[in-house]
Design a protein around this ligand. Sequence first.
Ligand SMILES: Cc1ncc(COP(=O)(O)O)c(C=O)c1O
Length: 384
Amino acid sequence: MGRLQKLPPYLFAALDAAKRRARESGASVIDLGIGDPDRPTPAELIRVMTEAIADPACHRYPAQRGDADLKRAIAGWLRRRHGVEVDPSTQVLVLIGSKEGLAHLPVTCVQEGDNTLVPDIGYPVYAQATILAGGTPRTFRLRAANGFLPDLDEVAALMDDRTRLLFLNYPNNPTGATADQGFWRRAADLCARRGVTLVNDAAYLEMSLDGLPQPCLLGTADPARERVIELHSLSKMFNMTGWRVAFAVGHPELVEALGRVKDTMDSGVFTAIQRTAAYALGPDFDRLLAGVAEPYAARREKLVPRLAAAGYEVFPSRATFYVWCRIPGNEEAAAFCQRALSEIGVVVTPGTGFGSGGEGWFRLSLTASEVDLEEGARRLAGWT
Ligand SMILES: Cc1ncc(COP(=O)(O)O)c(C=O)c1O
C-alpha cells in the first residue's frame, strides 16, 4: 500500500459536512468546535507589520532558516520567560507554523521500518507525518486517571532499536493537561537511555490561564547536550494563526537536520512577518501576551461552572483554550456530537477526532465570542 493510502481518514469530515448542511438550512449554529482564536492580532503588531510590509527589503526571498534578529529575539525570550539559554545561530530554526515543523521532523530521521511514538489522544499530524515519511506510528494512551500524561513505563515498553521520535504535547490539545518539571525530567531521561529523540509540541505553552509560564521541556532538559527539540508557535500566542510563524529550538544536530529538510521544501517565512514576530517576542512580550490570554481565563471561569452545574464532568485545566468534557451516559463521542448539532445546533468536537483514546469525551473551544459561549452553555445545559 502507498504511503498516501495509509493515511487514516479525516475524522472531522462528517461533522464538517453536517455543520455546513445545518447552516445552509438556516439553523442557528453555535460553533464551539474549532480552536482558532476569534479575536484579532494585537493592534501594535499590525502596526509593526504594516511598516515592515512597506519596506522593499521585505519583498525579496527571506532568510530561509530565520532572520538573525528574530533568532536572537527568540533566544532572548526563552531566557527571560523560561530561563533557558540557547545559541540562536545553531539551536533556533524559524518555521512556517509549528505544523510545518512537526510534519517535516520525521523526514529528518525516519526510514522505512522505523517507528515513532505518538499519543492517543493527540494532534493527528504526529502519526500522519510519520506515515508519510515511511515509518509506523505506535500509540500510547493518555488517560484521565493519570491527568492525561502518559505512563512512561508503557511508553518504554513500546520502544525498540527502530524508535526514532517520541512526540509529546504539553500543554495538551485537546485535554488542557499540563506537565511539570519532574515529568519532563523523567521523559527526557527515558529517551536518553533509549537513544530516542524527544519532541514537545509547545503550541499552547503561553495559553496559561493564570498568566504564569507553564513548565516546558527546554526548561528542564539541556538542549545543548540532550537530543530534545521543542516547537513553539506564535499562532495561538498572539491570535496569529493565519500568519504562519513558529520556531523550533533544540539540540544543534536536530535543528540542523530539520533546517536541511526545509532547505529543500520551502524558502522561509515572509520577512515582514519575521520582523513582527521579533517585536512580539521582545521586551513588550508580557504586556502583549496579557491582552491575548486573559479573555480565555474569563471565558473559562464563566463556562465551566455552568457546565458542571448542568452535570457535565469537566477535566480541570490551567492551560490552553479548550474545555475537555466527559460525555454523559455511554453514548459514543461521534453520535453525541452529531446529535448536539442536529438537536440543539451546537458544534463540539468528538474526542475520537484525536484517536480512540478520546472515546467518551468531547472538546469545546473557548475561541468563540462571549455571546456564543453563553448561548452554547445555555443549550448544552438544557439537553443531553
Ligand atoms: C497541538 C497542536 N500542535 C500544533 C498546531 C499547529 O499550530 P501552528 O501550525 O499554527 O503553529 C496545532 C493547531 O491547532 C495544535 O493544536
